[in-house]
Design a protein around this ligand. Structure first.
Ligand code: NAD
Length: 473
């Protein structure tokens, strides 16, 4: 959940936590410990700019919980960065990792700059200096704290971080695991780019496969034929739309900031993306109707609404007009707490951001494991599987005296590549997490919504770890 006029972002996370903690039986002191940020590192360091000026940079790294090591969470480059925001985001990472069974504590970092106002060389100096400050205080490392990309950062910054870390830690064999979201050539993993959108799809699909939930919403089972509205055609929105379309859903509308387009027969996200690239706008897409007020797309009649752009887009003003039965929070904090209440009363099921958009961190975990094992996924077994499958096919053909069609043969033969294993691990993760949350919700009908059930799930897991560690016997 995002910013609220009456309390800070961190306080609003605490409020959601308290609401859920009410449905658990854990000791009050233990709950206090889970909520608190364990370590907050606030720093200032000087960087010489291209014009010779020295600028003092304000930056943070917060380790919310060390109940599992390492801590994990992105680094954000934004002018809006402040300690409260980094603390809130770090605590959300603890809960997110717990829900999807990624064995990390939560962390988050931020540098208070607008990256567009700096040259690439200046950004490199800032990123490298930030990394060496983290090294000095033992705030980074494959077993300590592992950053990742967030707003304003990407593969390029992660490559600078791993290079700086490795040069300061000569001989550290697992140095590549000090950060994730790296380019594949620098120890990154295939399948990271689409991970969040694919995770969104897997999570929503699993809910759509639950007869009790679909029955209550008056929807048919499965994602096939579902009418979907997607807000935001960025990384997450594009890939969510792609996987829904490929699995038989109809993406009837896509909204971008300049407007939205509607076609009841379904839109192809790649064609829309190319149209926007060529014309500079999503509007006037062949065969679609323009909606000039983009936010009105959120109010279209549809089965599933996927806000994948910004926070607070569904609020007390437009929540009463929402017609979707199911909302998949692909973005972080797309609903305000007031909207949440309104939608609960309308009977809408909201699949919460904290777990639905956990595909990125899940695949980051796979990247970290790859770095620690020093081997690409699939390298050891791909050829073995293909040889074995070829043998099985030839035996079937021999015994039945029938030939298997070429396309089927290729499909069955195929041994898993890295990307296949990453997708499969993500699918397993999202399915398991969906069931764990839903089981908590089903067992306690007083829990008002899936978001609270997700928090209860997270609290139970973190509290269990603390208890088993013996800190709170
Ligand atoms: P992105 O920048 O690639 O895409 C966001 C898109 O939303 C852009 O195309 C932008 O033009 C569009 N947009 C902006 N304002 C809009 C408006 N008013 N109406 C409609 N569209 C608008 O970002 P992203 O990586 O796709 O992230 C989207 C959301 O998902 C963010 O909230 C982010 O925090 C969250 N998220 C992303 C990841 C990830 O792995 N990328 C992981 C977890 C959560």
């Amino acid at each position: 959940m995002s910013n609220h006029p009456n309390y800070s972002f961190f306080q609003s996370v605490e409020k959601s936590f308290d609401k859920a903690a009410h449905f658990t039986k854990w000791d009050k002191g233990l709950l206090e410990q889970i909520k608190a940020c364990n370590s907050v590192y606030s720093m200032h360091f000087p960087v010489k700019m291209d014009d010779g000026r020295i600028e003092v940079i304000e930056a943070y790294r917060v380790q919310h919980s060390q109940h599992k090591s390492p801590c994990k969470g992105g680094i954000r480059f934004s002018e809006a960065v402040n300690q409260d925001e980094v603390m809130a985001l770090a605590s959300l990472m603890t809960y997110k990792c717990a829900i999807v069974n990624v064995p990390f504590g939560g962390g988050k970092g931020g540098i208070k700059i607008n990256p567009r106002q700096y040259s690439v060389y200046e950004l490199e100096k800032i990123t490298r200096r930030y990394t060496s400050e983290l090294v000095k205080k033992n705030f980074i490392g494959p077993g300590i704290d592992v950053p990742a990309p967030d707003y304003g950062t990407g593969e390029r910054e992660m490559a600078w971080i791993v290079d700086t870390y490795s040069s300061l830690k000569p001989g550290e064999i697992d140095a590549a695991g000090c950060v994730t979201g790296k380019p594949v050539s620098q120890g990154g993993v295939r399948g990271r780019k689409e991970a969040t959108g694919l995770g969104v799809f897997y999570g929503v699909r699993e809910v759509c496969n639950m007869p009790d939930v679909m029955g209550k919403l008056g929807l048919s089972l499965g994602v096939a034929g579902k009418r979907i509205v997607v807000q935001g055609l960025g990384n997450v929105g594009y890939h969510s739309a792609k996987f829904f379309r490929e699995n038989g859903s109809k993406v009837i509308a896509i909204a971008e900031y300049e407007g939205a387009i509607l076609n009841e027969n379904g839109l192809n996200e790649e064609e829309v993306f190319q149209h926007r690239k060529a014309t500079g706008s999503i509007l006037n897409f062949p065969g679609a109707t323009n909606i000039t007020d983009s936010s009105k797309a959120l109010e279209l009649p549809c089965d599933v609404l996927i806000p994948a752009a910004l926070e607070n887009v569904i609020n007390k003003d437009n929540a009463p007009n929402i017609q979707a039965k199911l909302i998949g929070e692909a973005a972080n904090g797309p609903l305000t707490p007031e909207a949440d209440e309104i939608l609960i009363n309308k009977g809408v099921v909201v699949i919460p951001d904290m777990y639905l958009n956990a595909g990125g961190v899940t695949v980051s975990y796979f990247e970290w494991l790859k770095n620690l094992s020093h081997v690409r996924y699939g390298r050891m077994e791909k050829r073995f599987t293909e040889n074995m499958n070829a043998h099985i096919i030839s035996q079937i053909e021999h015994l039945t005296e029938k030939k298997i069609a070429d396309t089927e043969r290729a499909f069955i033969m195929h041994g898993a590549e890295e990307v296949d294993l990453v997708h499969s691990g993500l699918e397993e993760t999202m399915i398991t997490a969906t069931h764990e949350i839903m089981d908590i919700w089903r067992k306690n009908p007083e829990i008002p919504d899936m978001r609270t059930a997700a928090y209860v799930c997270a609290i139970n897991k973190v509290a269990t770890t603390y208890t088993e560690l013996g800190i709170f016997p």
